[in-house]
Design a protein around this ligand. Sequence first.
Ligand SMILES: [Zn+2]
Length: 356
Amino acid sequence: MTWSFTLGRLLGSELRVHVTFFLLLAWVGFAAYSSGGLPAAIENLVFVLALFACVVAHEFGHALMARRYGIKTPDITLLPIGGLARLERMPEKPMQEVAVALAGPAVNIAIWIVLVALGAGMPFETIAQIDSTGPALLNRLAYVNLLLAAFNMIPAFPMDGGRVFRALLCLKMDRVKATKVAAIGGQMVAVAFGFWGLSTGNPLLVLIAVFVFVAANSESQDVAMRSVARRVLARDAMITEFHALSPSDTLATAAQAVIHTTQHEFPVMGADDHLMGFLTRERLFAALAGDHPRSDPATSVMVTDIPQVQLTSGLETVLDGLHKGAPAIAVCSQAGNMVGYITRENIGELMVIRSR
Ligand SMILES: [Zn+2]
């Protein structure tokens, strides 16, 4: 997630704020100031900040429940439409997923109970009016927590309610199909949100609709990809016919190789098929565009920390390696010689072939 910066660490997760969050604050402050002056602006800003503290608490509900199942949450990002806890992975046992999904809304219910105990009533107000001056802060905050819990339980995958729905579907069908069904449901709800938001002139709803629509699709694809990956070994996915460079090859030689082959990355192999690194097309072009002499060795600009897997390693390990940014993953024999490699592009091809 770019365009966001770190506030600090809390309970083992990095707390980040997206820059557009400040646009929301500015909009709320400005709207209140122009209708009710400075006191209204301050009251509304305090309210929005308190509301987002509740949103953060909601996300920590997910994160702390996930931790019980050994899943870390590297970061939690605040967006104008709510919070986003990025879990390292999703629990695949349906009941664990239900517990993680419910933990967020449960936190808001708990906050609501505490606020009611502190004397909050139940005014009729909607989230569409969070920029207006209204009854006491406590009442609004209590109501909005109830609303947050209810809203998140709408069964639109990947919102919390949709995750519960997916987990229940998993009891009846396999996970890939369950995710696909839940994602289609989520997208239909998102379209309804979108129309509702447009017809009532509520930009927040439209934003949420777009977000849910896109997220449902990408998570559904990710689940399908991981499921294919689990059934494929590195040796079935690797590129075995390739042009390799030797450590004595120059950048000029490498440039010729880029032209004469369809490869975008070239292994640099020493004696006994020992892998020294990968020269990528991007690195080569950058070097040639800079002031690297064309007679420099290819080894001077190659990527050296290439992850290695065994022939019988699962493709999931490879996906994780590529996910961390490596240009290629080397597949090695037990003796440590590179016998092939895997790139993002050939995994893409494999997915098209295997997922039918
Ligand atoms: Zn949630």
